[in-house]
Each structure stands twice: as structure tokens, then as C-alpha cells.
Ligand binder design. Structure first.
Ligand code: PLP
Length: 408
């Protein structure tokens, strides 16, 4: 059975080049990077090379890169490592749970958190962030790209507001790293988290950019690894993989990844073109719409609602046909609650529940889009036939017709 994976915001496959770079560090070059003998020196050198590659991806110094176990740890270290009881923190309603639950934890520790709203496109108004500032505001944590819609926030403007107010600024760039160029100095952030497995490096590795002079309380207590910012023996193969994935992404940005300049299907312009074709053709199905319409987005993500359908049912039906997609954040798959991101954007509950995220990776081909476009319309039509919410189906209430705007 053919299987097509369009759920790359949940996780991506490790690129073959990344896997090859990692391979020696499992068995041949296995040293503990803290050991002073040959074996340790060898892996230390590999870790520091990878740190430079990640620093180049983010536009920072290598000494400002702290390797973590992933996005969740980076977000936790940034937020809980900075704020103390009595501090005020500003975040938003559409953050990933790694940030939202870190903020909840802060609230239980005696911090106050303001969650700024988004508009119908999923955009935060930077002036709302400015208005939320208080004399005791310590930190602003606003994401760069949303994991469900791909919508990009005006982080540079928010960075300016933070710097003028002398407040720390953290941005969760987990869904942006490797997809769009990032420059921490242009953004003006003090902290920025990324995760390997969202960018074709393995699961269980990530990095946090920590601007020089930012003093963070470590979350893990132990040795002096990572300049005493994150204790624990380094995950050398993971770090090497993250470094290689960063180099791969940088090479694409430097080439400009024009449609016509490479045969390699993995360039990002081509990825955006595939995403756009899928999006365009799916939006031709009646009673569908784009979540995040009108906002700038990362090139790999589209989030579409299909009125009259339960998103979970569509995910399962498509999976049975070989197409893997998602209703939103992977950690909420299987949950019945509608996405907090889509409801924060003002979507009706039934529309939020009828929304599907399609997210591309570098491995996806034009044939994958053809496949998706073969199976999605017919599956949507079949599920609508069975849906009491859909006008053409066997059971249609007047209420359902009204909800869909179809009653006269
Ligand atoms: N932040 C965002 C925006 C994410 O999409 C994710 C994962 O889905 C995370 C943080 C958590 O990253 P990790 O899975 O590496 O812990």
C-alpha cells in the first residue's frame, strides 16, 4: 500500500545526509565529550562543529547555543529559567503547550501571565503586547511560527517593544527553524528555541539560543555541561545530526532555492509550490476554507476546514487510504476538544473540529500531492454523505443547514 506522509509539523524523517553524519557517533566515535582522552576529544570536536552550524543557522555566536533535548525543554528552560515569583510574563493564546504549560507553572509559583489574543488570521497585534507591559514584566514569550497554521508573527516588532521596555524576549521558533531564515539579532530576541525533529534531524535533540549576558537558572542540576546552563552528558549523535540539518537548511537559504536552479526536489521553493497546489485544489471543494488566510506563513503548512466533517474521522479515513495528516498539535490527537489555536482565531467550534493540517517535508514529492488530491476529495464527499451535519446526507436537520449557511 502506498503511504504518503503530510504531517511533518508533528515530526520529520531524518535526511539521509543527516543520518550518515550521525552514524559514526553511535559506535566508532562513542566518547563522552567531557572526557580528556582521545575518544572524548573526538566527540567534543564534533559537538563544537555542530554548535557552530546551529549558530550559523540562527545568526548568533556558538557560545550562545545550548543543546537541549528538544523544543519542550528549550521552552521550559527559557521561561522557567528566567521568571521568578512576583514577575509578570506576557505570552499569547496560541502558543504550543510547551509554552502555555510553562506559563501555567509560573502562575502556580506566584507569577502573573497575560495572554494576548490573536485576530481571525491568527496574528498577534504587537500593540497589544506593548499595552500589556507592566513595571514588573520580566519576559515576553511569543512564538515565531504556529505549529497548526504555520502563521508567522511580527517578532521583529515585538523584539523592538521588548528591548525598549528592557524586558527579555523569548520566541519559540520550533516550527520556523530550517523552513525560513532566522537571525536572532534581526528579531531582537534574547532566547529562541528550536527542535531537531521538526527539521529533519532526529527526535530528542534541540537547542536554545541564549543571548550573552542572559542569566538563566538551570532546570537540570548536575555537571557543568553546556557552560553550566544544561547539565547532562551531551547527546553526541543527536547534536551532530542537528548540526548537519542546520547546514543543509542554510545551504538551501544561501542558494535561494529557486524553482529552476536545482533538480533536487527538496528545495523550499518547490516545497511551497507543492503546498500551494494542494491548498488551491482543496479549496475548490465546496464549503472549505483556509485557516490563517491573509497572514504570512511558513512554506510547508496549510490548515483547511471541511464543513460538515469531524476532523478526527477524516484523519482516520485518510490514514486507511495511506495518507497521514493531522487535526493539529500531535499531542492533542485523539482528544475531542477543538484546537485552542483555531478557537482563539474565532473559528466556530464545529469548524475548528473540521480542520485538518497538512504539513510538508523535504522528502515530499509532486506525486505525493497528486496522491493526496486523489484521495482527499473522494473521502470528504463520502464522509459528508454520512454526516448528519451535511445537507446532502441522509439525515440533515434544519439546524445543520442553518449552521452551514445553507438554509434559505
Ligand atoms: N513548540 C512548537 C511550536 C512545537 O510545534 C513543538 C512540537 O510540536 C514544540 C514546541 C515541542 O517540541 P519537542 O517535540 O521537540 O519537544
Amino acid at each position: 500500500m502506498r503511504r504518503v506522509y503530510l504531517d511533518n509539523n508533528a515530526t520529520t524523517p531524518v535526511l539521509p545526509e543527516v543520518f550518515e553524519a550521525m552514524r559514526p557517533y553511535f559506535a566508532e566515535q562513542f566518547g563522552n565529550a567531557s572526557s580528556i582522552h582521545h575518544h572524548g576529544q573526538e566527540t567534543r570536536a564534533a559537538v563544537e562543529r555542530a554548535r557552530e552550524s546551529v549558530a550559523a543557522l540562527l545568526g548568533c555566536r556558538s557560545s550562545e547555543v545550548v543543546f537541549t533535548s528538544g523544543g519542550t525543554e528549550g521552552d521550559n528552560l527559557a521561561i522557567s529559567g528566567l521568571a521568578r515569583a512576583g514577575d509578570h510574563v506576557i505570552s499569547s493564546t496560541i502558543e504550543h503547550h510547551a509554552v502555555l504549560n510553562s506559563c501555567k507553572h509560573l502562575e502556580s509559583m506566584g507569577c502573573e501571565v497575560t495572554y494576548v489574543p490573536v485576530d481571525g488570521r491568527g496574528l498577534i497585534d504587537p500593540s497589544d503586547v506593548k499595552r500589556a507591559l507592566r513595571p514588573n514584566t520580566k519576559l515576553i514569550s511569543i512564538m515565531l511560527a504556529n505549529n497548526e497554521t504555520g502563521v508567522l508573527q511580527s517578532v521583529t516588532e515585538i523584539g523592538k517593544i521588548a528591548s525598549e521596555a528592557d524586558v527579555y524576549f523569548h520566541t519559540d521558533a520550533v516550527q520556523a527553524a530550517g523552513k525560513i531564515p532566522i537571525d536572532v539579532n534581526k528579531i531582537g530576541c534574547d532566547l529562541l528555541s528550536i527542535s531537531g525533529h521538526k527539521a529533519h534531524a532526529p527526535q530528542g535533540i534541540g537547542a536554545l539560543y541564549v543571548r550573552k549576558g542572559t542569566s538563566l537558572e538551570p532546570r537540570l542540576h548536575g555537571g557543568t555541561h553546556e557552560r553550566s546552563r544544561r547539565a547532562g552528558t551531551e547527546n553526541v549523535p543527536g547534536i551532530v545530526g542537528l548540526g548537519k540539518a542546520a547546514e543543509f537548511a542554510m545551504a538551501g537559504f544561501e542558494r535561494g532555492d529557486r524553482d529552476d536552479d536545482r533538480n533536487d526536489d527538496r528545495n523550499d521553493r518547490k516545497m511551497a509550490a507543492k503546498r500551494d497546489r494542494l491548498e488551491r485544489e482543496l479549496l475548490e471543494i465546496e464549503a472549505t476554507g483556509l485557516n490563517g488566510d491573509g497572514a504570512a506563513r511558513v512554506p510547508n503548512t496549510t490548515n483547511i476546514y471541511f464543513d460538515g466533517i469531524e476532523g478526527e474521522a477524516l484523519v482516520i479515513a485518510l490514514d486507511l487510504k495511506g495518507l497521514a495528516v493531522s487535526t493539529g498539535a500531535a499531542c492533542s490527537s485523539g482528544a475531542i476538544e477543538p484546537s485552542h489555536v483555531l478557537t482563539a482565531m474565532g473559528l466556530r467550534i464545529d469548524r475548528a473540529k473540521a480542520s485538518i493540517r497538512f504539513s510538508f517535508g523535504k522528502q515530499n514529492s509532486a506525486e505525493d500531492v497528486d496522491f493526496a488530491l486523489r484521495v482527499i476529495p473522494e473521502t470528504v464527499a463520502r464522509l459528508r454523505q454520512l454526516s448528519p451535519l451535511w445537507p446532502g446526507s441522509a439525515v440533515v436537520s434544519v439546524n445543520a443547514r442553518h449552521k452551514l449557511g445553507l438554509s434559505s
